[in-house]
Design a protein. Sequence first.
Length: 614
Amino acid sequence: DLESDRSALSALRSAVGGRSLLWNLSAPHCSWTGIICDKDQIVELRFPGMGLSGTLPAGVLGNLTTVQTISLRYNALSGSIPPDIADISALRNLYLQGNAFSGEMPSFLFSLQNLVRLNLASNKFSGPIPSGFSNLTRLKTLYLEQNQLNGSIPDLNLKLDQFNVSYNNLTGSVPSSLSGMPRSAFEGMPLCGSPLKSCNGTGGSGRKLSGGAITGIVIGSVLGLLFILLILFFLCRKKSATKEAKDAGGAGEQTAFDIPREKEVGASSVRSVSSRGEGKSDNKSLVFFGKQKGAFDLEDLLRASAEVLGKGTFGTTYKAALEMGGMVIAVKRLKEVVVSEKEFREKMKEIGEVEHENLVPLRAYYFNRDEKLLVYDYMPTGSLSALLHGNTALARTPLNWDTRSSIALGAARAIAHLHSRSPTASHGNIKSSNVLLTKSYEPRVSDFGLAHIASPTSTPSRVSGYRAPEVTDTQKVSQKADVYSFGVLLLELLTGKAPANSHLNEEGVDLPRWVQSVVREEWTAEVFDLELLRYQDVEEDMVQLLQLALDCTSQHPDKRPSMAAVATRIEEICRSSSAQEPDPPRHVDNADGSSQSQQTFSIDSAAPSSSLKE
Ligand SMILES: Nc1ncnc2c1ncn2[C@@H]1O[C@H](COP(=O)(O)OP(=O)(O)OP(=O)(O)O)[C@@H](O)[C@H]1O
């Protein structure tokens, strides 16, 4: 009945989506986002990529007996699936992929006689695949890939159209009932049998070793030998390194950029013990670019008081206040440089020569064997990432549409400028922490060119949400991959959400997927940051920018526009916005979204569709 449906939905909301399911509780529940009714009966619950988290409460979903479709895909739900889900006898489609559900495959699901599609992929389910799936006689789709399932695949007595168990820990052979499935359904595991390689050699007769076993023994012995050699090699190296260090220490001339640890921030100064006395003269000096030449020298830099701004992919960045003239600069200390000194200096020259009003210029650099320092202008307002997602007082300053669109435009122009230098020139690491802001919120793109000389050491996962699907080597990022990353940055500006990290449970969402799934359901208005919904007069421009972001994040590089075209398009959108009469901001009630914009914007449904399976 209506009352029990309503209370079940409220219980679900408070358990997993208190802050994400923005429902106007005084309106009828059939009007709530994600609830689809047929003549007052709830038939669908659709909450894809809504940032739901926690555990599904027991005894709640089971009350919604008329529901035919439940979609909770791409959230951060964990724990086990509540058993009372088996009471929803009408259930036909259950989409739980892309969460962190765990435990064994729930056997109570096998009593759902009407189930047609079941997607439990990309979770943390473990244990064997039960043969009880055969009870689901109407089942056509079964997706279980990317879990931690083990054991062998049971011979399912089902007529499945779609099936996938790839990237689990399954062993043995593919049962004959599933031999018609594509090879990709079984990828990432040592399985055999049609459609994979045949299972010859199993159960061989005692004495004769099979070809596979012989190969295994040979490979094992070679690997063992290599391992021993490797240990010997490292032991020798360690010994000679200790000797070298002792020698250097004796001469008292070891170079160290003695930057305080984070705890000492602001208290001490950036000092060098001394430069390597016998080194080449250019090893001891900063190499400057542009007008700054000679504004300060290495000694000034090393005497400056330093504050850690943050640790990034390529090293740590410090804010350094020089003693003379109160000059403040940002110094990046690179960790792992993967190119020779000659290449490094050439690359620095190239980077130092790039000039654009929306790029953070490289002012100088320092190179010796132990230290690689890059000197940049210090950007007082920090990064776009901190403004959008940080929790300092400054970060809470809401960014209005004009500021966001002009940040998008400036950043696009900067990247387009980099791309115009040569067909292979790319930034390689576009993300919101690399878009810095001046006092008047003008954007300056930083860190260009570094992806090509340094290897990601500390936190490579932080870039993953921006990385184009085709990128396998972070040192070889194409212009079209930059366009993809920029598209994610646009989505971040529009939604206010942080892109996903590599691990499901970390904060952030797979922005392109999430936006596409919401847009596909014609809930375009819901993707925008609440702050942006105040600017009713520019809604159409926001939708245009969203469409552009989706174009940029096309799965196929060829379908993405060039960065120059992106910049031109944003220019047009900004021009259109500034031609609108300014409208007073409309109040938005965050509590339950009751005064949130309800209109559905139209967006080109031919927007690139990812391989989302539902
Ligand atoms: N020139 C600068 N002025 C002010 N803040 C800066 C400057 N350069 C970097 N920062 C800030 O310092 C912090 C660390 O920056 P860093 O570039 O080392 O790492 P990152 O941007 O988080 O990651 P990555 O190394 O992948 O670019 C970031 O918050 C960044 O916004």
